[in-house]
Design a protein around this ligand. Structure first.
Ligand code: CA
Length: 429
């Protein structure tokens, strides 16, 4: 694990891209998150995506700027960590005020508002973890009031294999899923549109370098295998989930849609925001394969997270939506490195572009729930919105927006952009 602070993090750096110097931007020159974009007039199909880096309200085409010679993001992700760091250095130098490369780079800029942003890479496999002990405890209490946390929780980073085909880019709408449900007072299940539709506030870790099948990744190298972090919404159908989840875990309640933000903030960009990984007193220490001095010293990351909800009624009235909860990634029970080490301890091979979801990131306080399941107490306590509406679960036309940022005294604040999705009515046939 090599957390390096260098001149790319210097808070005094300014860019010749004026909008990057705006104190409110998510994308100052200290950030440089990666994504994929295409412009109008191009054909369609994966081959047309180009690699871009967000800078202010612009996106820099990396190939046109002659920083790299490929449009294959997964190939870029596979590069050695020091080579990836070299790309970041080259971008930082080329975008700095007074750079001799300004003319070349300027010709490779597009306004973000004029391009289509896609999924940041080709996602091969998707695993979702369950790393918030606060989320696990609150959900567990609803199911098992006397015994909310199962005995393995504090020893094993719990996860399941999800489905990559239904991960959609931010901005896409999706249909309310249908499925099989059975209320406790019903004698037999029935099939129909989900009535307890929920979101989950998560972060996605995108895998960089692969490991060979059969060869675990040790804690010390684990972060070299992670390209960066992006906002992720794991939409969930709670009524379908309640009926199907035993004994093998969630299935159709989760794989109808998950929304991924366009920008991947690299672990290099997040270096200033690392914090110690700690456990509450009395909790077991992680087993040796999930422990390292570096992980204890700065394994966690201080990322502020927010969930915003805009109903159809709000949208019609020009209302930007309500912020309905906030939490912080530093409160997760397991770190990025621990997820990688655990995922591969049995020899499972990760590949560039694989997505590891953090699981719902709830904070310790009730209002910090990362899902409606928590905020409405399983639907029992609808909560009021600022325009007089109330919600227990998502309704058709609701838009959920996730936002995130990292800040610390003495450094430039960097943001994650937005992860946005809208619920459409279920198909009627
Ligand atoms: Ca999840």
């Amino acid at each position: 694990m090599s957390i390096v602070l260098d001149d790319t993090h210097d808070p005094a750096l300014q860019s010749w891209v004026e909008s990057a110097n705006d104190p409110g931007t998510d994308f100052p020159i200290q950030n440089l998150p990666f994504g994929r974009f295409r412009t109008e007039g191009q054909g369609f199909g994966d081959g047309d995506w180009r690699i871009g880096v967000a800078i202010g309200d612009q996106v820099l085409d990396l190939r046109a700027a002659r920083v790299i010679d490929s449009s294959d993001m997964n190939r870029l992700m596979r590069l050695l960590p020091e080579v990836r760091r070299g790309v970041r250095q080259a971008l930082s130098e080329g975008l700095r005020a007074g750079s001799p490369q300004q003319a070349t780079f300027k010709a490779a800029l597009h306004a973000q508002s004029q391009v289509e942003l896609g999924l940041p890479c080709q996602i091969g496999d998707y695993t979702d973890f369950y790393t918030s002990v606060h989320h696990a405890t609150t959900i567990g209490k609803q199911l098992r009031p006397d015994n909310p946390l199962l005995p393995n929780y504090k020893w094993v980073p719990i996860g399941y294999h999800g489905r990559a085909s239904s991960i959609v880019p931010s901005g896409h709408s999706f249909r309310r899923p249908k499925g099989q449900t059975k209320a406790p007072d019903q004698e037999a299940p029935s099939v129909g549109p989900c009535r307890r539709l929920d979101y989950e506030l998560e972060l996605a870790m995108l895998v960089a370098r692969p490991n060979v099948l059969g060869e675990p990744i040790a804690m010390l190298e684990a972060e070299d295998h992670v390209f960066g972090v992006s906002l992720f919404n794991d939409w969930s159908a709670r009524d379908i989930q309640a009926w199907e989840y035993q004994p093998l875990g969630p299935f159709l309640s989760k794989n109808f849609a998950s929304t991924l933000a366009p920008w991947v903030v690299t672990l290099d960009a997040l270096a200033p925001f690392r914090v110690p990984f700690t456990r509450p007193e009395g909790d077991p220490e992680p087993l040796a394969y999930l422990d390292s001095p570096a992980n204890r010293a700065q394994g966690a990351i201080n990322i502020e997270l927010e969930v915003w909800l805009q109903t159809a009624q709000m949208r019609a009235a020009g209302h930007a939506g309500d912020r309905i909860s906030r939490s912080n990634y530093r409160d997760a029970y397991w770190t990025v490195a621990q997820l990688v080490a655990h995922h591969t301890v049995n020899g499972c091979n990760l590949r560039a572009g694989d997505l590891l979801g953090s699981g719902t990131l709830s904070g310790p306080r009730p209002e910090q729930g990362g899902s409606l399941m928590e905020l409405s107490a399983g639907g029992k306590r609808p909560f009021a919105l600022s325009n007089g509406e109330a919600r227990s679960w998502l309704e058709d036309g609701d838009t959920v927006m996730l936002r995130g940022y990292a800040q610390r005294e003495g450094f430039r604040r960097i943001g994650f952009g937005e992860c946005r999705g809208t619920v459409l009515p279920a198909l009627t046939v």
